[in-house]
Design a protein around this ligand. Sequence first.
Ligand code: UDX
Ligand code: UDX
Ligand code: ADP
Length: 464
Amino acid sequence: MTKITSICCIGAGYVGGPTMAVVAKQCPHIKVTIVDLNEARIAAWNDVDVNNIPVYEPGLSEVVAEARGRNLFFSTDVDRAIEEAEMVFISVNTPTKTYGAGKGMGADLKWIELCARQIARVSKTDKIIVEKSTLPVRTAEAVRDILHNTGNGVNFQVLSNPEFLAEGTAVDDLLNPDRVLIGGDANPEGQEAVQALVDVYANWIPRERILTTNVWSSELSKLVANAYLAQRISSINSISELCEKTEANVNEVARAIGTDSRIGPKFLKASVGFGGSCFQKDILNLVYISRSFGLQEVADYWEQVIIMNDHQKKRFALNIVKDLYNTVSGKKIAFLGWAFKKDTNDTRESAAIYVADELLNEQATIQVYDPKVEDKQIYADLDYLGTRSPDLNKKGVTVSEDPYAACADAHAIAVLTEWDEFIDYDWQRIYDGMLKPAKIFDGRNILDHKKLRAIGFKVSGIGM
Ligand code: UDX
Ligand code: UDX
Ligand code: ADP
């Protein structure tokens, strides 16, 4: 039986970093080395001040402080870490393709392939390779093919072990997951590899929560889990628009349906639209795979989740324009929040980016305040869209480190992220500093609308 004493993880991002930090914390007898090509990122993970690590997650600095230098290491020496490890996790980015066949739909696997080739080149002993990144179904086959055809004759087992952590709650999710999923081959070598990974997780996770399947079920389950979660948000968001036309209130509807145990209360929060690195990418993947098998109805069914989400973001922006007398040209609009959800500094696919883009098209000026997102990230997100020049983005958007300054002299405030601190601001002070009528568009339904109206604000929520 393989007993794992040394793990390497390729990719020190939002998934690889927190996941391996928790593995190291829970398994002091296993040496865990996280490697990345990005030298600045590794330097930040190694920063003497543990609060400067590149991923913001509640509780993560403490985990890193405990394990770093004991059995947790961050390095740019990828070859050496691979060679020393018995188990190699691949946790690199797999963004949606931006060119060629499958552009805008399929996953770009170039980084995965590079990893596989690198592992094959440097490995001189048998290894278990674990896919941690979310990957299209049957990627393991490609990885296996590369390993076997370009390697030095050593044996590789390829496992799928998708990550289900949500950003903002990563440490809790990793310490206490609903389940861990491990997919492997049915043959004895495959099962031995599965067992080796089960043994790692069994250091802190009850055995009955560790599910084992074949590789393809595991890969597909990750895409389906994210598609189902995103579908719930698009479903409630579609109802939010209907609520706005009737006298129904989406919060009341969500509570009423969520108490049905068959439906359940989670993921029923109407919002300005879901973001994050996973939902859109994984659904597009599912759609692309379905189309490639000729399953048009299946593809169209899931694509509708994305169409609804795009509609929700656009609708939010256009509502602001409509409500400000059909013009926002030259008007200041304050954005509270830029991250795709609270408690993270990640902005990938954040609704705020698309809402800002629409409002900039209408010649609004925007001032953003987010407690964890840096201004250079905000400009990078807008520039990435390619809608206008970086100069024009800089002209249209400013970033403030103070929420009160961000709201001063604004015609309207748009709440884009559900950061807790927004709830308890001195709203009277904000009101006093704004142009009148002072409007608030609460894209997360987190503020106390009754209280705000008593101060004098005109408030619009989602689905009410
Ligand atoms: C439904 C609602 O469940 C109930 O709350 C409402 O008051 C009336 O409509 P009903 O149609 O009687 O109740 O049965 P239900 O158990 O919901 O099943 C509906 C159909 O879905 C059946 O054909 C059932 O076989 C099918 N079904 C249900 C599945 O195919 N798969 C499932 O997992 C569940
Ligand atoms: C998601 C999955 O939850 C996780 O299991 C998977 O591993 C990665 O993708 P994440 O994207 O980090 O995690 O965050 P999540 O909490 O799922 O939120 C995604 C988006 O949906 C956010 O923009 C959030 O604000 C939005 N959302 C979530 C809603 O609009 N309403 C809800 O009820 C829940
Ligand atoms: P995720 O949210 O999936 O963790 P990130 O983009 O945050 O995605 O992290 C992925 C990391 O993988 C990046 O820091 C990137 O530099 C790193 N990476 C990509 N390809 C390689 C490679 N071949 N070797 C080492 N690191 C890589």
